[in-house]
Design a protein around this ligand. Sequence first.
Ligand SMILES: Cc1ncc(COP(=O)(O)O)c(C=O)c1O
Length: 434
Amino acid sequence: MDDLLNRTRAAVWHPCTQMKQLEAAPPLAIARGEGPWLIDPDGNRYLDAISSWWVNLFGHCNPRINAAITDQLGKIEHVMLAGATHAPVVELSERLARLTGLGHAFYGSDGSSATEIALKMSAHFWLNAGQSQKNGFISLKNGYHGETIGALSVTDMSLFKSTYSPLLRHTVQVPVPDARLAEPGESAEAFALRCAAALEAHLAGHAAETAAFILEPLVQGATGMAMYHPAYLTRARELCTRYGVHLIADEIAVGFGRTGTMFACEQAGVRPDFICLSKGITGGYLPLSAVLTTDIVYAAFYGDATTRGFLHSHSYTGNPLACRAALAVLDIFEDDRVIAANRLKSIEFTAILSEVAAHPRVCHFRHLGMIWAFDVADATPGFSTRFHQTALANSVFMRPIGGTVYVMPPYVTHADEMRSLAKATLACLDHPDV
Ligand SMILES: Cc1ncc(COP(=O)(O)O)c(C=O)c1O
């Protein structure tokens, strides 16, 4: 195992990591997985409490997803999607269209590429519509949409953004309806509507040069699971329609049941102009993203002029293996009635976490669907690393974001596993060094 850790430090540049810190806190070597468990080369087991960066829905080594990919391997592993097509990508597009009400699916390889696609498609739509000045973007304060140059331009997290600011395009951030920021006595809904008024004020002055408003519906994940009232989404939809600005729902983290409905937008009864999907789409098996959009957007690109078309591509666009994994995921949702089952699980898990919620160090305990989060009032620098290490010592894999601890387990997690997780979380909170 030591050999593997030395070799990873020498040869692998790990994501989102100051590599020097791996000297003191080496990464966890994983040999295999089983349901919600990660297993190291010595056979030690760790509960994957954050679904491997929120991608894993139905556990590691899921027999049904394994079987779908294995079956596809015997047919065709990959064919380019320009000039060719295949059954898995067609079936997946049809099923996603039925689920989202958006009939045209364009594929990318990861969340950031989905953001890039949606931004480019929106601005190109306005160009094709004869409104080339509509090419600006707005997003929510503290939002996260990925880290490629375009996606980072609409992301608002200085830790990731400020170093690269000379490379980025100017975008505008509007107030975020994060319920924690409401005035004392102000309801989450009233605060959401107050923030929507600020959005309206911006749109009233700048709609003519704005292509789209991009947001993470209901939960801003990367900033630390900030949650907000669906009234904001409903109002944002109305305002975007009224001012002629596209609404892009980045459901990369919250899609596929995370917030309790298949897509978070459903809770506000809204249909965006674009929806970005990734992460859970393949159950955490293979990199795939999709951007779905309306007939109106699609029609604006359709014509005889080549450059009116959307000339964007990634080599692995619509990869058949990834599409088969995604189809297996949708089958599991249907066959096991996952959304309904999770509704019960969500209530049960919240009860299991009640002792955590009541812990004196915990504030702003919050929960939506299959996401739980809280802030640690007295967290000092290094808290996240110390919590992570202590959780590992208690057989749980967790990575707090700054002083925010969150739990986003695979949907196959059982109540007894959740009880161990609650126990481990309490052990971390009570640990004198954390
Ligand atoms: C809301 C949201 N959008 C976009 C992304 C970027 O996705 P990826 O890391 O696959 O590029 C993420 C990743 O965490 C995300 O949470």
